[in-house]
Design a protein around this ligand. Structure first.
Ligand SMILES: Cc1ncc(COP(=O)(O)O)c(C=O)c1O
Length: 376
C-alpha cells in the first residue's frame, strides 16, 4: 500500500544544515531557554505579525496554557467544533472546563450562527478551529465574542501562514495556538507548539504557566529567576535541539506553503469535472492547504477501488469527537446531534498533499483517482 507522507526526502535535502544546527545548539551549553528559543520566538512573531508569542511543548499544550491563562476551568464552558483533532477537545477538558460542540458550515468550519445559539451564562470562550488550512469567519466570531465578553482562542494548528482579510491567523483573536507536529505546515522532527497573544500581561502569564509558574521574564518581579512558583503551571518547555531544527524550517514556511498551493491548484484543475466536492475558499481567505479534503457520499466504494490499486487515503476526521467514547460523556449534552458534522464525517477524505510530494506521484495518483471516479 502506497504511503504518501514521509519526511526522509526533506531530511536528505536539509540534513547538512540540520546536523550543523543541532551541533551548534548542543555546543552552546544551553539545552533549554537558550539562543535557539530566543531566535525562534522573535522570527515567528515577525513572520506572523504577532505582538507576543512563546514556543511551547505541543499544540495541545498551547491550547491548554491559553485556557489556563484566561482563567478558564471548572464550571466553565468552551464552544468549539466536533470535526477537529482530538487535542482541541482534550485541552478543554484537561483545563477542567466542559465542551459545548456546535455544528459546522459547508467549508467544514465552525458555523458562527450556531455559536450565538449555544451561549449560556457559563460560556467563557470560543475555540474556532482553522481546519485544513483556512480561517474561520473571524469577523462574525469576534463580534459575538465582544457582545458576550468571551475569549477567542484560535486553533491554528493546521493553518500557519493562512490569512483572513490580509491578517495572519493567530492575530485575529485573543490568542492563537500552533502545532509543529511533523506533518504540519511547519513540521518539526518531534513535538512542538506556539502561542501568539496580543497582550503583554497575558504573554507574561503564559510564560510562567509554561515553566511551573516560575517568573523568567519580568526582571522587576522579586522572584525573577528564582525557583519559586508564582502560579500553577506545567512543564511545556521545548528544547534547543528541536528549536534548532525548527529555526531552519521556519524560514522556508512560505516556500512550503507555495508548494502546497500548487498541488491544491493541480487537484482543483484535474478533478473539477468529477463528482467529488472539492474544497472551497471562504471570502477573504488565503488557504495554506494543510489538507486537501474532498467529500463524496460513496466514500467506501471509492476507497475499496483505490485499495485495489494499492492506494490508501486518510480521513480527517472519521469520527466526530462528540461520538467518541472518550468524549461523549464529557460534552455538555450527551444526546447531542450535529447534523452537518455527522453527515460530512461519512464522506470526507483527504488527498495526498505535502511539499515534497513528487509531481510523478501526484500525476499518477490523480490519474488513478480520476479513473476510479469514472466508475462510481
Ligand atoms: C486542529 C488541531 N488542534 C490541535 C492539535 C494539537 O497539536 P499537537 O499534536 O502538537 O499537540 C492538532 C494536531 O494534531 C490539530 O490538528
Amino acid at each position: 500500500m502506497k504511503n504518501f507522507w514521509n519526511y526522509n526526502k526533506e531530511y536528505s535535502k536539509l540534513r547538512k544544515n540540520i546536523l550543523f544546527s543541532i551541533d551548534k545548539a548542543l555546543k552552546s551549553g544551553n539545552l533549554f531557554f537558550g539562543n535557539e528559543l530566543y531566535k525562534f520566538e522573535k522570527t515567528f512573531n515577525r513572520l506572523n505579525s504577532s505582538k507576543f508569542g512563546l514556543a511551547v511543548g505541543s499544540g495541545t499544550e498551547a491550547l491548554y496554557i491559553a485556557l489556563k491563562c484566561f482563567g478558564i476551568g471548572v464550571g466553565d464552558e468552551v464552544i468549539t467544533v466536533s470535526n477537529t483533532a482530538i487535542p482541541t477537545a482534550s485541552a478543554i477538558t484537561s483545563a477542567g472546563a466542559k465542551i459545548k460542540f456546535v455544528d459546522i458550515n459547508e467549508n467544514y468550519l465552525i458555523d458562527p450562527h450556531q455559536i450565538e445559539q449555544n451561549i449560556t451564562k457559563k460560556t467563557k470562550a470560543i475555540i474556532p478551529v482553522h481546519l485544513y488550512g483556512q480561517s474561520c469567519d473571524m469577523d462574525k466570531i469576534n463580534k459575538i465574542a465582544k457582545k458576550y465578553k468571551l475569549k477567542v482562542i484560535e486553533d491554528c494548528a493546521q493553518a500557519q501562514g493562512a490569512r483572513y482579510k490580509n491578517r495572519y491567523v493567530g492575530t485575529l483573536g485573543d490568542a492563537g495556538c500552533f502545532s509543529f507536529y511533523p506533518t504540519k505546515i511547519l513540521g518539526g522532527y518531534g513535538d512542538g507548539g506556539f502561542i501568539t497573544v496580543n497582550s503583554q500581561k497575558y504573554f507574561e502569564k503564559m510564560r510562567r504557566i509554561r515553566f511551573y509558574g516560575i517568573e523568567s521574564l519580568n526582571k522587576k518581579n522579586k522572584f525573577y529567576g528564582k525557583y519559586y512558583s508564582n502560579e500553577q503551571g506545567i512543564n511545556s518547555r521545548i528544547d534547543e535541539i528541536q528549536l534548532s531544527i525548527l529555526n531552519i524550517k521556519l524560514l522556508k514556511v512560505n516556500e512550503f506553503i507555495n508548494k502546497r498551493r500548487k498541488i491544491a491548484k493541480y487537484y482543483k484543475n484535474k478533478l473539477k469535472d468529477t463528482s467529488l466536492k472539492l474544497p472551497e475558499v471562504g471570502i477573504g481567505n488565503k488557504h495554506v492547504y494543510h489538507l486537501f479534503t474532498v467529500y463524496h457520499k460513496k466514500r467506501n466504494e471509492i476507497f475499496s477501488k483505490l485499495k485495489k490499486r494499492g492506494i490508501k487515503l486518510n480521513i480527517y476526521y472519521p469520527y466526530p469527537i462528540h461520538m467518541m467514547k472518550g468524549y461523549k460523556f464529557l460534552s455538555r449534552n450527551k444526546k447531542l446531534k450535529l447534523k452537518k458534522t455527522e453527515k460530512l464525517s461519512q464522506g470526507i477524505f483527504s488527498l495526498p498533499l505535502y511539499p515534497e510530494l513528487s509531481f510523478k506521484d501526484l500525476e499518477k495518483f490523480t490519474k488513478s483517482l480520476k479513473s476510479v471516479m469514472k466508475s462510481i
